[in-house]
Design a protein around this ligand. Structure first.
Ligand code: 13P
Length: 345
């Protein structure tokens, strides 16, 4: 089916109590893998492109890939701009065929963030496109710890990892959490459709241990009553059971991704975990085939690994089976789903 609006899938998800994965693509194989996973799980899905991905592949190429994949799929597929940092980027994506936009003005003073978000909402809504915007700050791990510090932490046992992270980054993350009254004002004055409200996650952490301030998320959702977007999801603690298994002690008000979905998280952005999985499988294939001259022999295992990882997330978010149920007439016709045979290379 043609690309759909994020509003269609996210309002339905919120009403029915599940979340929809918004997965970042970096190349054709990742885009194919994400849509294939959604198809196999019969789930709606959001493929999203950062400004970096747009620069790498080209805006028209990103749109063309998303359009072809959506047209061949039986489940709803959205093409979303992730972290658009200015007006022009949003307008270019609107014109090119994106079906969902984001303005990220979290580094601006609140007044300016409100003014620019409202301007983008105005133009987007005039052609029926929804807009996401960010308040508070979802920090990036690279801005909090050096690569060497992070490598040292990764080498430790999980309870120790957590103890050190809590001490080293906890207070700074806490200081950037969004406030409910600010969120309410932001939504009222901008008319934004979805709110990326910082509630303790960190971009790029990639560990499955970091808790969210679920109490704050609930207050924000209760105040704004629009779907809340999770950024920096790759490092977030997945469930209370994972916390127990890993020896992660939660403070009052803290919770996991699963708890957060119950109280407002509806669009869950995942980038690092899929990229790491892609690279892991590609490097593993390269190690097994030294001197391989066909890049597809390295990229196809990576694509398959991303399919498997994306399916895990879809089931975690409980959007599986929520994609409409029709079987895909065109399934298998998108390049990449067939094995490469001898003589076809
Ligand atoms: P991660 O890279 O931590 O999954 O965050 C992704 C994200 O929030 C994209 O907007």
């Amino acid at each position: 089916m043609p690309l759909v609006s994020s509003k269609d899938v996210l309002l339905k998800a919120r009403a029915e109590g599940y979340a929809v994965g918004a997965f970042n693509l970096n190349n054709m194989e990742m885009a194919q893998a994400i849509v294939q996973a959604a198809e196999e799980e019969q789930s709606p899905v959001i493929i999203q492109a950062s400004q970096g991905a747009i620069k790498y592949a080209g805006l028209e190429m990103i749109c063309a890939m998303a359009r072809v994949l959506a047209d061949a799929s039986s489940v709803p597929v959205v093409l979303h701009l992730d972290h658009g940092t200015d007006y022009k980027q949003n307008v270019k994506c609107l014109r090119a065929g994106f079906t969902s936009l984001m303005f990220d003005g979290h580094e601006l003073p609140l007044e300016q963030n409100i003014a620019m978000t409202a301007k983008i909402v105005d133009i987007a809504h005039s052609v029926g496109l929804p807009v996401e915007a960010e308040i508070g700050s979802v920090l990036t791990i690279e801005g909090l710890l050096s690569d060497a510090e992070m490598a040292e932490i990764r080498a430790l046992e999980v309870p120790k990892q957590f103890e050190i992270l809590r001490k080293k980054i906890g207070p700074r993350v806490e200081a950037h959490i969004a406030r409910p009254e600010e969120a309410k004002r932001f939504v009222d004055e901008t008319g934004v459709d979805f709110l990326a409200a910082a509630v303790g996650s960190v971009h790029g952490l990639w560990l499955d241990i970091w808790p969210l301030r679920v109490d704050r998320l609930k207050e924000i959702y209760d105040a704004v009553q629009i779907p809340i977007v999770s950024h920096g999801s790759s490092g977030v603690l997945i469930s209370k059971a994972h916390a127990e298994a890993k020896g992660v002690e939660l403070l009052p008000g803290e919770g996991s991704l699963k708890d957060a979905i119950k109280v407002g998280y509806t669009k869950i952005n995942v980038a690092t975990a899929l990229s790491m999985e892609f690279n892991r499988a590609m490097l593993e294939a390269a190690a097994k085939r030294p001197g391989e001259k066909d890049p597809r022999k390295l990229l196809d295992p990576a694509r398959k690994a991303v399919v498997a990882k994306t399916k895990e997330y879809i089931r975690l978010f409980e959007s599986n089976g929520k994609g409409g149920g029709a079987t895909c007439a065109a399934k298998g016709e998108v390049a990449g789903s067939q094995e490469i045979k001898r003589g076809e290379e």
